[in-house]
Design a protein around this ligand. Structure first.
Ligand SMILES: Cc1ncc(COP(=O)(O)O)c(C=O)c1O
Length: 456
């Protein structure tokens, strides 16, 4: 027992001395006791001291079937017996081929080619370069189309290309001088509508902004880049019904590609396999990561239409090759697990069985209205944002320095819940495998944590 204590203290010390944590103010991090996760079982995480936490945000929106899921573990072990990694540059691997075939069976119809990488950010970088290069070299392209239309509050990752597309000042403004310019339009945020309108009376004025921009600049715009249905990192901002369909129609009308970034919303989070399905939309390029491997290993895919792929065909000397590829692109271990994950979706009819959980969550969330600092409750499938405000009538935010969202998640930890806020928006995004009983606990503990922090 004592040896264990020693080991824990040693690791805590080493964590503080050695690791620079992402998206974390280390000055403040150093003032709190680190939580060091040792194992996961089902929808629970266990720290070194043996404390259990419900994984309320799916380990940063990745986990789908729970931790240490036998089927995924076995697929991983079986693949390690064969090979851990071989390259996709110019040769192929069994799991990469098999997974590509399976993935194409489930993505919106009309998408025919899978380009692998290893994170959401890279999947978006690839989409950008594909759209740009297509227009420079395809006989059907237009080399003047070098720009992108993006949205305020967008988040597409942390590499320079994807940051250029971003629209969250807190994360992105610092790097402005490093970034390329994009045409930016306001995104739907019905609780704080940028057009000062109310849904549904508004008739989607947010689409008019997109239309105006495309009307003026479509000759220069290669693609519109959108997080379909939900802008996750901005605080689970949900788009009204018809917005995505409307953007697709505008892209078609103005001859502009639609890049759908389903890194966060893909693989069942919104209640369908892909968010685009809710509105019968097929994008020209689909970006996938996070849940693609069930939350096990870094894997991403940029899935494209045949038309785009064909724009890259030619003799070597024509220089139409897509000169892009990361070292671990299409890693066999990750692809083997991704196959097992898709098998589980099928075998356990996960999307179908999700619907009662979504309804249960909706009912539980309705109680949060009783809390006087809850301004807005947003839900799409198993994606939830609870926006805390200082004053419900004026919708004025809470003082930033109070870090209310952070205080709430510290309270939640005491109640056995691991969640991570986006500012003062409390995010819930449980694994699809979370049971109704666990969802109940997640909601009860989150409610109580918000109450304790905001109503003292
Ligand atoms: C919509 C979206 N795109 C891209 C990314 C970046 O993914 P990654 O962190 O794997 O690079 C994220 C991450 O949260 C995301 O939510």
């Amino acid at each position: 027992m004592e040896i264990r204590e020693e080991e824990i203290r040693e690791l805590e010390k080493a964590d503080l001395e050695c690791i620079w944590h992402p998206f974390t103010q280390m000055e403040l991090y150093r003032r709190e006791k680190p939580v060091i996760i040792e194992k996961g079982r089902g929808c629970r995480l266990y720290d070194m001291e043996g404390n259990a936490y419900l994984d309320g945000v799916s380990s940063l929106w990745t986990n789908v079937h729970g931790h240490a899921r036998t089927e995924l573990d076995e697929a991983l072990k079986a693949q390690t017996d064969l090979i851990a990694h071989s390259t996709l540059l110019g040769i192929s691997s069994v799991p990469a081929v098999r997974f590509a075939r399976k993935l194409l069976d489930v993505v919106p119809s009309g998408l025919t080619k899978v380009f692998y990488s290893d994170s959401g950010s890279t999947s978006v970088e690839i989409a950008l370069k594909m759209a740009f290069q297509y227009h420079r070299q395809s006989p059907k392209g237009n080399p003047k189309k070098t720009k992108f239309l993006t949205f305020v509050n967008a988040y597409h990752g942390d590499t320079i290309g994807s940051v250029s597309l971003g629209g969250i000042d807190l994360f992105h403004e610092m790097y402005r001088e490093l970034l390329f310019e994009t045409y930016k339009v306001a995104s739907p945020y019905c609780y704080r509508c940028p057009y000062g309108r109310d849904y549904p009376g508004c008739k989607l004025d947010c689409l008019l902004g997109v239309e105006k921009m495309l009307d003026e600049h479509h000759d220069e715009i290669a693609a519109v880049v959108l997080e379909p249905l939900v802008q996750g990192a901005a605080g689970m901002l949900m788009q009204p019904e018809g917005f995505l369909r409307g953007v697709r129609a505008l892209c078609d009308h103005y001859g502009v590609f639609l890049i759908a970034d389903e890194v966060a919303v893909g693989f069942g989070r919104t209640g369908k396999m892909f968010a685009c399905e809710h509105e019968g939309v097929t994008p020209d390029i689909l970006c996938l990561a996070k849940g693609i491997s069930g939350g096990y290993l870094p894997l991403a895919a940029t899935v494209t239409s045949e038309e785009i792929f064909e724009g890259f065909l030619g003799e070597f000397t024509e220089n139409k090759t897509f000169f892009h590829g990361h070292t671990y692109t299409g890693n066999p271990l990750a692809c083997a697990v991704a196959i097992a994950s898709l098998d589980l979706f099928e075998k356990e009819r996960i999307i179908e069985n999700l619907q009662p959980k979504i309804a249960f969550l909706k009912e539980k969330l309705s109680a949060f209205k009783n809390l006087s600092h809850v301004g807005d409750i947003r839900q799409r499938g198993l994606m939830v944002g609870i926006e805390l405000v200082a004053d419900r009538n004026t919708r004025e935010g809470l003082p930033v320095a109070d870090r209310t969202g952070h205080q709430v998640i510290l309270e939640a930890r005491k109640r056995g819940i691991m969640i991570r806020p986006l500012g003062d928006i409390i995010v819930l995004m449980p694994p699809l495998a979370m049971s109704v009983e666990e969802l109940d606990k997640l909601c009860e503990a989150t409610y109580e944590s918000i109450r304790v922090v905001t109503e003292k």
